[in-house]
Design a protein around this ligand. Structure first.
Ligand code: ATP
Length: 506
């Protein structure tokens, strides 16, 4: 059953516009007309992204969770190369299998990922025809075509919605493609490899082809032996890595949800095969709690176990943590996958590299290839989830909305304003700014009316604004404005730093 969600009523168009206006996310190469599937993170966007990244790293590598006996788990960090020996991608199955089935449209030359296309198919016994295809989540894009076909009658009585992948190729002749008015223009599905290719070295040529990594995980398996040999790690232990990944996605869409260059935060947890089920449950629970600790409402998160036929080639079991994005609502879309990878990867790399990757467990006096549990999340997809979660309508404010970030995630933690840019106020404000900025990201702003400055900070999601006014010079107090309640109170200027420690580092 679907849970009620707080993000349902939010508009993606408004969120995308805010991201551009306030410097969270810009289209890449915009002055050249952009490039589909690539995005630049602006000053506020990179700050938000770094906050998520740093929290993940702290939560796993620097201050890892505890085991059932109350002892901290052992997790070490890694930053592996984006380009690796191409044989690694043969072993991992990406050269042979990392592909999506796709259909092309003869008429428009558009290409669609098969599992992203849905179809309005006439119900039996009705007089309507043909079928109309649309991109999953975007039924409005064919509203006009349907209106014409139904001549004002109820669409759901005349048509049923089915997935294109559930139809046979013979049915395609009856289908009008998502972006055309003709029927029968869709081709039969073909496999398309998602890895970006490049050549290494000056000579080029097919023998020098290499790939940009489509996931950070494989770099961890490639360094597994070195970590074992050089660090004092023992089973069970984890290796964590954050970095860029590249996939030549057929249909990049939904803003930064599915892009061609993105960032991942992945951890491979190595353990004895007998303990893998225990750790699989453990990590599912830990990861849900972590997303909630960033201020994501539990109503907007769900944990979904994959059906047997959905599992990837490497996985014994997978659960996704899903978020209710405005474009999936009331349904949920993937935010993080937690996969039980068994011993697939290390076995493959052992076979292809001919290097022994077994572990000798002294406590058990046993040699084995460890099993792996992998919590794999999208950092940039996490940015999107936090942006959607924070976006809050409020007609009381000049900005009509504010970004309700968890204080720890807010790109700017506080702003310091002199009420007017004279009478000694700027000097006092600047002094406070300099005092705070060594510990927090602080904005100093002396321009425009105070109302406009508050409105800018509401759009940036800054939890607190400190204003220095005439009274400050007499009684050493400042006004604190609380973003969420709009409440204002006065506190001593000497207590601002302590106030920040108490309210931001929560
Ligand atoms: P999907 O089924 O949506 O293509 P996936 O299951 O292949 O995704 P994984 O390989 O499990 O994704 O990658 C782990 C995480 O990386 C995902 O949960 C997601 O947050 C993120 N991710 C994957 N592909 C993209 C992308 N193209 N753009 C942004 N983030 C992505």
């Amino acid at each position: 059953m679907l849970k009620p969600s707080a993000t349902n009523s939010k508009s993606m168009d408004e969120i995308v516009a805010l991201c551009k206006r306030r410097g969270f996310v810009y289209p890449a190469s915009e002055i050249y007309g952009g490039i589909n599937g690539f995005w630049d993170y602006g000053p506020l966007g990179v700050a938000l992204k770094n906050n998520i990244r740093d929290d993940w790293w702290r939560n796993l590598v620097e201050c890892p969770p505890l085991d059932a006996d109350g002892n901290p788990l052992q997790i070490v960090g890694l930053d592996s190369a984006i380009i690796q020996n191409p044989n690694a991608w043969v072993a991992s199955g990406h050269v042979g299998g990392f592909s999506d089935p796709m259909v092309d449209c003869h008429a428009t030359k558009s290409r669609y990922r098969l599992d992203h296309v849905m179809v309005y198919r006439p119900r039996e016994g009705t007089d309507v025809h043909p079928s109309y295809a649309f991109m999953e989540g975007q039924p409005d894009s064919i509203a006009k075509k349907l209106k014409k076909a139904t001549r004002g009658r109820d669409v759901s009585e005349l048509f049923e919605v089915v997935a294109l992948e559930d139809l046979t190729v013979a049915d395609y002749a009856m289908i009008v493609g998502p972006d055309t008015k003709e029927q029968g223009t869709l081709t039969e599905p073909k496999q398309f490899n998602l890895m970006f290719q490049t050549t290494v070295g000056a000579t080029g040529g097919p023998e020098n082809v290499a790939y940009l990594r489509p996931e950070t995980a494989q770099g961890i398996f490639l360094s597994y032996k070195n970590v074992l040999d050089t660090m004092r790690v023992r089973m069970p232990f984890g290796i964590a890595q954050i970095g860029k990944a590249f996939r030549n996605e057929v249909t990049p869409r939904n803003f930064i949800f599915r892009s061609r260059e993105f960032e991942q935060m992945e951890m491979e947890w190595f353990c004895h095969p007998d303990e893998s089920e225990h750790w699989f449950s453990y990590w599912k629970q830990q990861r849900m709690q972590w997303w909630q600790s960033l201020g994501v409402e539990s109503n907007n998160l769900t944990l979904r176990d994959h059906e047997q036929d959905e599992l990837s080639h490497y996985s014994d079991a997978t659960s996704d943590i899903e978020y209710c994005y405005p474009f999936t609502a009331p349904a949920f879309g993937e935010l993080e996958g937690i996969a039980h990878r068994g011993c697939f990867d290390l076995t493959q790399h052992q076979k292809h590299s001919k290097q022994k990757l077994e572990y000798f467990d002294q406590q058990r006096n046993e040699r084995y290839i460890p099993h792996v549990i992998e919590p794999a999340s999208g950092l940039t997809r996490g940015v999107l989830a936090l942006l959607c979660e924070a976006y809050t309508h409020d007609d009381q404010r000049p900005s009509k909305m504010y970004m309700k970030f968890h204080p720890r995630m807010a790109p700017i933690k506080a702003a310091v304003f002199p009420l007017v840019n004279k009478d000694g106020m700027p000097e006092v404000a600047q002094k406070l700014h300099l005092e705070l900025r060594s510990r927090f990201t602080i904005e100093f702003d002396a321009k425009q009316s105070i109302g406009k400055r508050y409105a800018r900070m509401d759009e940036a999601g800054t939890p607190y604004c400190f204003t220095i006014d005439g009274d400050t010079l007499n009684d050493q107090t400042v006004t604190v404005r609380h973003r969420d309640t709009l409440q204002q109170e006065r506190i001593g200027i000497d207590h601002v730093s302590e106030f920040m420690t108490k309210n931001i580092l929560v």
